[in-house]
Design a protein around this ligand. Structure first.
Ligand code: 2RA
Length: 339
């Protein structure tokens, strides 16, 4: 007997990737339901190679009898429907920022803190971290275990797919407009994104950081270790899929590039590609559709006592969102909701 699974926000970038990932990993579902807002009712979404699902109206949907919902409809929509689904007995894995810092909601990356899942019954909700946080903590976890990380300085280079389908369209239309000398239009990003980089993702906070940078700091503390200091600069760049990050860490213990390469190669969810040649490092165009978090450019930072720098790239829609959520569902099915 399999699970009844709902995908909330099934027509968005992440929703479609969740459906694809559930099918690819043969999640033991008897029934998969695609849910979205009223404007998408009747639309068809693919589930694997052969199945097509008709989108149903989230507002009218009764979650009784649904075992697990994977939700990525935007924080405001999750705020209304995730508690409603949870109250009906459905375990919600929510990919929005709505519940991540709720002390009663586990914030989980299966390779990093699977034990946190034990607390899901408090609200019947599990939060999926922000994409830029997920890929970073997958790489940091084995290094923290071996060398005890004191401080992380990270600069991100985030593709436009993190801001949704409309953002991808905006990059495409602006790029085309520039080639044909047409005026460019902006609606998603605060400034031109084509042939440009924008040092603002989400809103500004009082201290001058952005909410994306705040997320990376507070989520890393919740997932990995509250003692780790994090300084983040999050930048939008004109690529379609794949977030890249330049990460610098300072550790308690002496650290060498050789030992780091060895440790990361033996750690879950990671792929080390690290040679001093164009084939020896990963870029965002290499990772679309790939599951691992890729690490390249591993080198000691001799400007501090125990420093190390590296480059980290992942598919932000996959491990940064859909895959991580499906892996949480797999852990729930295996350890807590066995049928
Ligand atoms: C972004 N991390 O990249 C944010 C939300 N997915 O836009």
């Amino acid at each position: 007997m399999g699970y009844t699974v709902a995908v909330i926000g099934a027509t968005g970038n992440v929703g479609r990737e969740i459906l694809q990932t559930l099918a690819e990993r043969k999640f033991p579902a008897d029934k998969v339901i695609a849910l979205a807002s009223e404007k998408s009712i009747g639309q068809e979404v693919s589930f694997g190679e052969d199945d097509i699902l008709k989108v149903q109206d989230l507002n009218k949907f009764d979650f009784k009898g649904v075992d697990i919902a994977l939700s990525s409809p935007g924080a405001k929509v999750s705020a209304v429907h995730a508690p409603r689904a949870a109250a009906a007995g459905c375990v919600v894995i929510d990919n929005t920022s709505q519940f991540r810092m709720d002390p009663d909601v586990p914030l989980v990356v299966p390779e990093v803190n699977p034990q946190a899942l034990a607390g899901f019954r408090k609200r019947n909700i599990v939060a999926n971290p922000n994409c830029s946080t997920i890929q970073m903590v997958v790489a940091l976890k084995p290094l923290h275990d071996r060398f005890r990380i004191r401080r992380v300085v990270v600069s991100t280079y985030q593709s436009v797919s993190g801001a949704g389908k409309e953002a991808m369209d905006e990059l495409f239309t602006q790029t085309r407009a520039i080639f044909v000398n047409d005026p460019i239009t902006k609606s998603v990003f605060p400034k031109q994104i084509a042939f440009n980089v924008i040092p603002q993702i989400d809103v500004f906070m009082e201290d001058g950081s952005t909410k994306e940078e705040w997320k990376m700091m507070v989520e890393t503390k919740k997932i990995l270790d509250p003692k780790i200091k994090v300084a983040a600069t999050c930048v939008r760049v004109p690529s379609f899929i794949g977030h890249a990050e330049s990460i610098n860490i300072e550790t308690e213990e002496p650290i060498t590039a050789g030992e780091v390469r060895q440790i990361l190669r033996a750690s879950p969810g990671l792929s080390v590609v690290d040679q001093q040649s164009p084939e020896g490092y990963i870029t965002p165009v290499d990772v679309a559709g790939e599951n691992p978090v890729f690490v390249s450019r591993i080198r000691e930072d001799i400007s501090v006592e125990n420093g190390l720098s590296f480059w980290c790239v992942a598919d932000n829609l996959r491990k940064g969102a859909a895959l991580n959520a499906v892996q949480i569902a797999e852990l729930l099915a295996r350890d807590y909701l066995a049928k």
